[in-house]
Design a binder for this molecule. Structure first.
Ligand code: FES
Length: 64
């Protein structure tokens, strides 16, 4: 499931990062590079991706 198109970051990587480093969005951006280019995927209604970063973090927390 694509979370960031610019940097080709998928949900599995977000989930792993949340597991290891917590759910702070800036920390997750730093670790995975998600959201660091066009910033579309920082918005919940971004249409370039399957699961924008804020929603991906939320889902990771629910699944962990
Ligand atoms: S889609 Fe994530 S920074 Fe562009």
């Amino acid at each position: 499931m694509l979370v960031c198109d610019c940097n080709d970051v998928h949900f599995d990587a977000i989930k792993e990062a949340v597991k290891q480093h917590g759910s702070d969005i800036e920390t997750i951006m730093e670790i995975t590079n998600a959201g660091t280019a066009c910033e579309c995927c920082l918005e919940k209604d971004c249409e370039k991706v399957d699961l924008p970063l804020p929603l991906a973090i939320q889902r990771a927390l629910e699944e962990l």
